[in-house]
Design a protein around this ligand. Structure first.
Ligand code: PSU
Ligand code: MN
Length: 305
């Protein structure tokens, strides 16, 4: 018996090979401030439905990995103080009937298990600055090395070590393609300093790569790096200034380990007067729209699941 609980609409869409896009819950519970997070969770689902795509927001609620949430489930991930759950937390939450908001890693794992092939998020986890001392690398990277799902993201936040993150993805044999670009994006900014080997110019091309991946027996996920539009990006000068302030403040406060990222992110939202938050929401919406196009192109190939 499957331990997963797909919603009725997700089960029906998968059974009929109609397009489905997975959405993560950690971005809602931990990545965006209340009450904008609840509005965003509902808006991301609505953007998909408007395009004829079934949303599958994923979270573990009372021990059950839910693939697609009802109104109450969406409200719970936005309003309850849920644990942040990566792949290693899933069996513990399930056995203890606990609840958790799923990271990119845990969402990708559960979505792939449910037969979903496309996933939209804001930014991926990656290699942290100073990781050569701390070993702090997100489980998002190794999980995408073994999980057959296509993830649309705006790259990784510039608080991480972007170059090291790309090196690890190469080691893990995870394909990374730029969507309409050959430069890896830096989340709030359209471009990082890093060039990509491969660029795609539309959803059909991504679907063709997914099909070829399956035929070749590859096990890895595919990262579609979708940059924010130039006129929507955060002002680069303000970005650089606020990030430098944020690192200095973390150092002065003696923040270490797991606490560093939440400290930096909330500092950055405050120090930018919320401007970084608006960019975060815009890039997430863009990623949801691109994921909808990819899921539709995949479904049209008639090989879903
Ligand atoms: N990056 C963002 N916003 C987020 C996250 C990353 O810009 O909300 C979340 C995602 O859920 C991602 C997780 O999977 O943080 C990575 O956390 P960690 O480094 O602890 O694995
Ligand atoms: Mn970590």
């Amino acid at each position: 018996m499957s331990p997963l609980q797909p919603s009725d609409e997700v089960a029906a869409a998968l059974a009929e090979s109609r397009p489905v896009v997975a959405l993560e819950s950690t971005i809602i519970s931990h990545g965006l401030p209340r009450p904008r997070n609840l509005e965003a969770a509902r808006e991301f689902e609505e953007l998909l439905r408007d395009r004829g795509v079934t949303p599958a927001t994923i979270a573990v609620l009372d021990g059950v990995p839910r693939i697609g949430l009802d109104d109450d489930g969406v409200r719970r991930i936005a309003e309850e103080d849920l644990a942040k759950a990566s792949v290693r937390d899933l069996p513990i939450l399930a056995a203890r009937r606990g609840s958790g908001a799923t990271t990119v890693a845990a969402t990708a794992h559960l979505a792939a298990l449910a037969g979903i092939r496309v996933f939209a998020t804001g930014g991926l986890g990656g290699v942290h600055r100073g990781a050569s001392d701390t070993f702090d690398e997100s489980a998002d990277l190794p999980t995408l090395g073994v999980t057959p799902i296509t993830v649309v993201s705006a790259g990784v936040k510039s608080v991480l070590d972007i170059g090291a993150t790309l090196e690890r993805l190469e080691t893990l044999s995870v394909p990374v393609v730029g969507y309409g670009t050959s430069t890896f994006p830096a989340f709030w900014l359209r471009e990082s300093a890093f060039e990509l080997d491969w660029r795609v110019d539309g959803a059909d091309e991504v679907a063709a790569i997914m099909a070829a991946r399956d035929d070749l027996g590859s096990r890895q996920g595919i990262i579609v790096a979708n940059p924010i539009a130039a006129d929507q990006q955060w002002d680069p000068a303000e970005h650089d200034r606020v990030l430098a302030q944020a690192f200095a403040a973390a150092e002065a406060a003696g923040v270490r380990g797991k606490a560093v990222t939440p400290f930096l992110l909330s500092f950055i939202v405050d120090a930018s007067d919320g401007r970084s938050l608006e960019v975060n929401l815009d890039l997430a919406r863009n990623n949801v729209r691109v994921a909808a196009d990819i899921a539709t192109a995949w479904s049209a190939l008639g090989r879903a699941a």
